[in-house]
Ligand binder design. Structure first.
Ligand SMILES: Cc1ncc(C[n+]2csc(CCOP(=O)(O)OP(=O)(O)O)c2C)c(N)n1
Ligand code: SF4
Length: 288
């Protein structure tokens, strides 16, 4: 992990806000939150350095529990909000955190366009294969046959594969993590933050209250680390690993180095002559 050498590590407690998490006991989102605290500590961030953006959902409550700037937005709209923040102030570290429904159902269109735009944002999806906040409906990552109150005979819909979607959309860093392995998750978040471009970390984060199928135990039996010979710069290898169902691979499946959207903004190439932060500053001046 790469730490910020200029800043002494702060106690982990300093990354926690005064709000205590409201999740159900045993919710996978606790592990993700701890992974984030540890990643922020590793990076030596100060409160002012980071913005955590979310949509709506149980998982999207996460910004309340972090001592940083935060934006609890609108369902499925984490990406437009994160984009605006990053474009207005490219020096801020922008993390987006939220559920699989938020990211891939209502937010699906925003997700692929954020990916192809290669914004320098790290997006951690807390994937519990269900809608938790609204008490247990199928999500885009629910498996065929998944039974809920609204699909009593089992859903016939096939799940999307978030990793293949991210790669196809143009994301330049694509990883999978598991809330049951918070140390590895923290390391992946650090790598995602360090990556110059759009970093997607789809994270299995079980919902023990409404999903009795995709449990911690079930995932423990299915996941495996990528083999050491895996080359994340090789697109074909990345696609093969992402498509694997047995095992479900954890780690960085795909990574492509290059210029981010913000690099183009800084170079004044994002849309002609104009510089986006200056345009935004002018808009704030005129309408605030
Ligand atoms: C525009 C809009 N549509 C629908 C909803 C209702 N709604 C709130 S959260 C949610 C889905 C939550 O699932 P997910 O994003 O996977 O997060 P989780 O609660 O599982 O963490 C839905 C459909 C809403 N709040 N706003
Ligand atoms: S309903 Fe599920 S996702 Fe929501 S807090 Fe409870 S365990 Fe977590």
């Amino acid at each position: 992990m790469s730490a910020n050498p200029a800043v002494a590590p702060r106690p982990l407690e300093e990354y926690k806000s005064d709000e205590k998490p409201t999740w159900c006991p045993g919710c996978g989102d606790f592990g993700v939150l701890n992974g984030l605290y540890n990643a922020m500590r590793t990076k030596g961030y100060q409160t002012k350095d980071v913005v955590v953006v979310s949509g709506i959902g149980c998982s999207s409550r996460l910004p309340f529990f972090v001592s940083s700037y935060g934006f609890h937005g609108v369902h499925g709209r984490a990406m437009p909000i994160a984009t605006g923040i990053k474009v207005a102030n490219p020096d801020l570290k922008v993390l987006a955190m939220g559920g699989d429904g938020d990211a891939f159902a209502i937010g699906g269109g925003h997700f692929i366009h954020a990916a192809r735009r290669n914004l320098d944002i790290c997006y951690v999806i807390m994937d519990n294969n269900i809608y938790g906040l609204t008490k247990g409906q199928t999500s885009p990552t629910s498996n065929v046959g998944f039974v809920t109150k609204t699909t009593p005979k089992g859903t016939p819909d096939r799940p999307i594969n978030p990793l293949l979607l991210a790669v196809a959309g143009g994301a330049t860093f694509v990883a999978r993590a598991f809330s049951g392995k918070p140390k590895e998750l923290a390391e992946l978040i650090v790598q995602g933050i360090d990556h110059n471009g759009f970093a997607v970390i789809d994270t299995y984060s079980p919902c023990p209250t409404f999903n009795k199928v995709n449990t911690f135990k079930a995932y423990r039996d299915q996941v495996a680390d990528l083999p050491p010979e895996h080359d994340p710069s090789d697109l074909q290898q990345a696609i093969k690993a992402a498509a694997s169902e047995d095992p479900l691979y954890l780690g960085v499946l795909y990574r492509q180095q290059g210029e981010s959207f913000e690099d183009h903004i800084r170079a004044g190439q994002s849309g002609g002559e104009e510089n986006a932060p200056a345009v935004l500053a002018d808009l704030f001046e005129r309408y605030s």
